[in-house]
Design a protein around this ligand. Structure first.
Ligand SMILES: C[S@@+](CC[C@H](N)C(=O)[O-])C[C@H]1O[C@@H](n2cnc3c(N)ncnc32)[C@H](O)[C@@H]1O
Length: 277
């Protein structure tokens, strides 16, 4: 037990960012260095980088197995992360990207730790969406931005706004009903494209986006027309981006309710930019 260990266990959940070389915040490095036990799902170079900060880091990768339901793997990870709290340890759990973005075990570990009376803190990290904003030059203030998990988006009759940007996460899991495989079913992608085609033009560009992970890599920024999306190759790192189609209408009813005439509106820089002024 390190000198930082306390008699009451506590949990810190951190994110390593997308690029281990540059995205590890000082705060995250400090937390990893100070913890008694550090668990992580990251592997490869990111794991090596974390080992330089805390040599005792423990990998949770063996909780995953092909053919095993991902939810079982996640539940096991949460049990492993929480167990040392009972011994009064400061436990750190490190996930890639932002630990609170599309990471069920991170939120669940925090929830269960707090429910059991432990202090639990989640520290933010740089997510794939943050990288997308930078690489694609997308400012969510201009058009608005909606973010959905791809399967969730496809299976629910969502009301979304095509005049705002649309980001669909985890297309690789489309059709993976058993939540056991790590590959998508092109038929599901075809149906997703058809559903999107009810709202967007058939040739609307969909960008397959993969942020660079290593210093010499370049981001994958591959636009494909919506009606050819089923031919696209997805990886674990693919995220889909659809630019807005058209501009939003002002609400005459709301302007009237507020006593404002459209001609009197002083548009902010973002709205002017959107309108091409
Ligand atoms: C389980 S989520 C984890 C997200 C992560 N916590 C974050 O903050 O970005 C996995 C999904 O994140 C997205 N993702 C992960 N790595 C990415 C990368 N290098 N570029 C773009 N998207 C990525 C993909 O949509 C992928 O299916």
């Amino acid at each position: 037990m390190s000198e930082n260990a306390t008699s009451i266990g506590r949990l810190s959940v951190v994110g390593t960012g997308i690029r281990p070389g540059g995205h590890l915040t000082r705060e995250t490095q400090h937390v990893i260095a100070a913890a008694d036990r550090v668990f992580t799902v990251v592997d490869g170079l990111t794991l090596e980088r974390l080992r330089e900060i805390n040599a005792g880091i423990e990998s949770l990768q063996d909780s995953y197995a092909v053919g095993r339901q991902r939810d079982d793997s996640y539940a096991e990870m949460v049990r492993r992360i929480l167990a040392p709290l009972e011994e009064g340890r400061h436990v750190c759990a490190a996930f890639y990207g932002h630990p609170g973005v599309f990471v069920w075990p991170a939120h669940e570990a925090v929830r269960q730790a707090r429910a059991a009376g432990y202090r639990a803190v989640m520290y933010p990290g740089i997510s794939a969406e943050d990288c997308l904003f930078a690489d694609l030059g997308l400012d969510p203030a201009v058009h608005g931005c909606q973010s959905f998990e791809a399967t969730d988006f496809l299976l629910h009759a969502r009301r979304f706004d095509p005049t705002a940007a649309l980001i669909l996460w985890q297309p690789i899991t489309l059709g993976d009903l058993g939540r056991k495989a790590f590959e998508h079913d092109p038929e599901w992608v075809r149906v997703l494209a058809e559903v999107l085609g009810e709202t967007y033009p058939a040739e609307h560009p969909v960008t397959i986006y993969e942020a660079a992970v290593f210093p010499l890599d370049e981001a994958r920024i591959e636009p494909v027309p919506l009606n050819r999306l089923h031919e696209a190759r997805f990886t674990q790192a693919s995220t889909l981006y659809l630019p807005p189609a058209g501009a939003p209408e002002l609400s005459a009813e709301r302007l009237e309710r507020l006593g404002v005439r459209a001609s009197d509106l002083v548009l902010g820089a973002y709205q002017q930019y959107r309108r091409g002024n």
